[in-house]
Design a protein around this ligand. Structure first.
Ligand SMILES: [Zn+2]
Length: 403
């Protein structure tokens, strides 16, 4: 039986973690001295694409999108993630879900890293600002029958849905989702106090990437960001790439929401993990700057995030002044709790052995994680210096795909 001996910041001290089959079967304090550290594997609930692929690639020659992204994520200690499908036409979205469902049915290795899918849109605010970069032509009110078609196409894998609660039909839609076991987030929303209260009463439990997908300018005291920050019944996710939320903002928002209700996400797109440069993506020229910021060429407008959750976790330590154990909790245990998966992702006997082993360094006062091993469901899926790293494409593989 494999045994991992490492410091466990979430518990304190060195522990021996004994793995049998898929699961952790024993954990005990150890007297061994080691610089290795371990946590439940990082869990990113918002991944649009990475390493030159998008999650919605359905073309026959891009069949490997999910397995490719899963392998790339594991190099960065992200053993669990939710492919995220965003606003498009009904046909395109259904095709994307069908593609994901088909791949996950026949590729258990990849499926072990993907405990569900995230539907972000199309049932969001049509208002400029809250709508973010979602295509206005495809934003629409909730449609339960359409959602059922998406759910069926995916093989019942949609586990998280982001909707705007203030739009027509949203509250009954949220109630039906929650009754059917789907977790509902509020996001890309122009909500007010009443629609927030109604959404929470209907069972919504998350604010998606709070502080982004918002107007540039808001009434200073009465606005949807304060309302959602102040809500004690809900989690909030934050894009901690260092570009979407300035330092003071990330710091203050995480403090206000609290360590037990905050979640880190990358919201990464297909240029995540790609080298800096100018890329043609669909109709747009997109530039990835040397510091990782991704913008529409020649403008300051962000065109998605290029970070992975490991970088976001280090950023949260640096920018929000979190302890290592706190930052790790925000990127692993909290998303598992949100989705009711805490019995599978955690550090106790009976949980899956889905773990990230790492060392901690500091570069010029900035914390930095070096991933040593990634384990998913009892399998060692990445080992630094042993597992061949992915060769990144020089250009995104499907230029016709929206980011
Ligand atoms: Zn979004």
């Amino acid at each position: 039986m494999p045994v991992i001996s490492a410091n466990v910041p979430l518990l304190g001290g060195v522990h021996d973690i004994v793995i049998d089959g898929r699961d952790i079967v024993r954990m005990e304090p150890s007297r061994r001295a080691t610089d290795l550290r371990v946590g439940p594997t990082l869990f990113d609930i918002q991944v649009n694409g990475f390493a030159g692929r998008t999650c919605r690639m359905a073309a026959a020659d891009r069949e490997d999108a999910l397995s490719w992204i899963a392998r790339a994520m594991r190099e960065f200690g992200v053993g669990w993630w939710l492919p995220t499908i965003t606003t498009a036409s009904a046909e395109d979205m259904e095709a994307a879900f069908r593609h994901c469902g088909r791949i996950l049915d026949r590729d258990p290795q990849t499926a072990a890293s993907i405990p569900g899918l995230h539907l972000e849109g199309p049932y969001i605010s049509p208002v400029d600002g809250p709508r973010g970069a979602h295509h206005p032509a495809h934003v629409r009110p909730p449609d339960w029958d359409e959602f059922q078609r998406f759910q069926e196409a995916s093989g019942g894998r949609i586990r998280l849905v982001t909707v705007a609660p203030e739009i027509e039909g949203a509250i009954p839609f949220i109630e039906r989702c929650v009754r059917a076991g789907t977790v509902v987030a509020m996001g890309h929303t122009n909500l007010n106090r009443d629609s927030l209260r109604d959404a929470v009463a209907a069972g919504a439990t998350l604010s998606t990437h709070l502080g982004n997908g918002a107007h540039d300018t808001l009434q200073r005291h009465n606005n949807y960001i304060w309302y959602q920050l102040a809500c004690r019944q809900t989690f909030a996710s934050f894009i901690a790439d260092g570009h979407h939320l300035p330092q003071e903002c990330l710091y203050s928002m995480i403090r206000a929401k609290g360590v037990d209700r905050s979640i880190l996400v990358s919201d990464t797109v297909l240029l995540g993990g790609m080298p800096p440069g100018v890329y043609q993506v669909g109709d747009h020229q997109v530039e990835k700057m040397p510091e990782g910021r991704i913008v529409l060429s020649g403008t300051p407008n962000l065109a998605g995030s290029g970070s992975n959750l490991l970088e976001c976790t280090a950023n949260a330590m640096q920018l929000a002044r979190l302890e290592e154990a706190e930052a790790w909790q925000l990127a692993s245990l909290n998303p598992a709790r949100l989705l009711g998966l805490e019995h599978r992702l955690g550090l106790e006997p009976g949980c899956e052995a889905s773990l990230t082993l790492y060392r901690m360094h500091e570069h010029a006062g900035t914390p930095c994680f070096e991933v040593v091993e990634t384990w998913v469901a009892g399998q060692l899926v990445y080992k630094a210096g042993v597992t061949a790293r992915l060769r990144l494409p020089e250009t995104p593989l499907d230029a016709a795909m929206p980011i």
